[in-house]
Ligand binder design. Structure first.
Ligand code: PMT
Length: 222
């Protein structure tokens, strides 16, 4: 029972995997189900926060008492995030954002005829833009999905992206990460690394929010 410990906070959460169209019927996507982001949205709303859930397509039912903003592409997610950023006191980026999009989008369904080469260009880094536009008192929490040297890459992402914390997902571990109902993560800040063992994403959501709220309290001087 966390009472209403997030009352007064407006938590913006991104969830799901963005999609980049190749033609009218095909897209480049990823295996994010949205479960982690939706679990965080549900947990934050139950703890009294105002929740803005910016979600790429998922098969999930939206949690109660959340302001749901549906998007499809990385650019749409970026516009939605930046458009509502002024309202947010906490931003949690659980979405798996496409890092590349096709340079050209075919107007008609592509026909099959021999090998096909698709040229890709990088998308905008939404997390970096959020950090650039952050206002006083806003907490910015990223996620990192890694398949090798998770801790090294997670630390690097924390420093490079300038977030207050990174929730590090070693997605090479069986049974956790993408699409699973369960997850195991490391909550990384510049000072600490807190390991959370495998548990349900909904349980983990509350544990993550506890660590986020701990960042609000004055840090102990050592
Ligand atoms: O959705 P589920 O099936 O429940 O799975 C959960 C999850 C594994 C998708 C989730 O927990 C997770 O790890 N999300 C982040 C996945 C990811 O894209 O990680 P990344 O290391 O590529 O990106 C790092 C951070 O930058 C993320 O917060 C991402 O939202 C952000 N990013 C990335 C690229 C980009 N162009 N813009 C961004 O803002």
């Amino acid at each position: 029972n966390h009472r209403n410990d997030l009352a007064g906070e407006t938590v913006m959460i991104t969830a799901g995997g963005t999609r980049e169209a190749l033609d009218p019927v095909r897209f480049l996507g990823n295996r994010s189900s949205g479960k982690m982001g939706y679990a965080l949205a549900d947990a934050a709303a139950k703890r009294g926060a105002k929740v803005i859930l910016i979600t790429a397509p998922t098969a999930l039912r939206a949690p109660a008492n959340c302001d749901v903003v549906p998007v499809v592409t990385t650019e749409e997610m970026r516009d939605a995030v930046l458009g509502r950023l002024a309202e947010a006191t906490i931003v949690i980026k659980a979405a798996a954002v496409a890092d590349y999009r096709p340079v050209m989008q075919a107007e008609q369904k592509l026909k099959r005829s021999g090998p096909l080469t698709i040229e890709l260009q990088p998308t905008e880094d939404i997390l970096a833009e959020v950090v650039r536009c952050r206002h006083e008192g806003m907490l910015v929490i990223g996620f990192a999905a890694e398949t090798e040297n998770a801790l090294v890459h997670g630390r690097d992402k924390l420093l490079r992206k300038g977030a207050d914390a990174i929730v590090l997902n070693d997605v090479s571990r069986p049974g956790v990460g993408f699409d699973s109902d369960r997850n195991a993560v490391t909550f990384l800040t510049q000072q600490t690394a807190i390991d959370f063992p495998e548990m349900s994403k909904r349980e983990l959501a509350d544990r993550i929010l506890e660590e986020v709220m701990a960042l609000r309290r004055p840090q102990k001087v050592v």
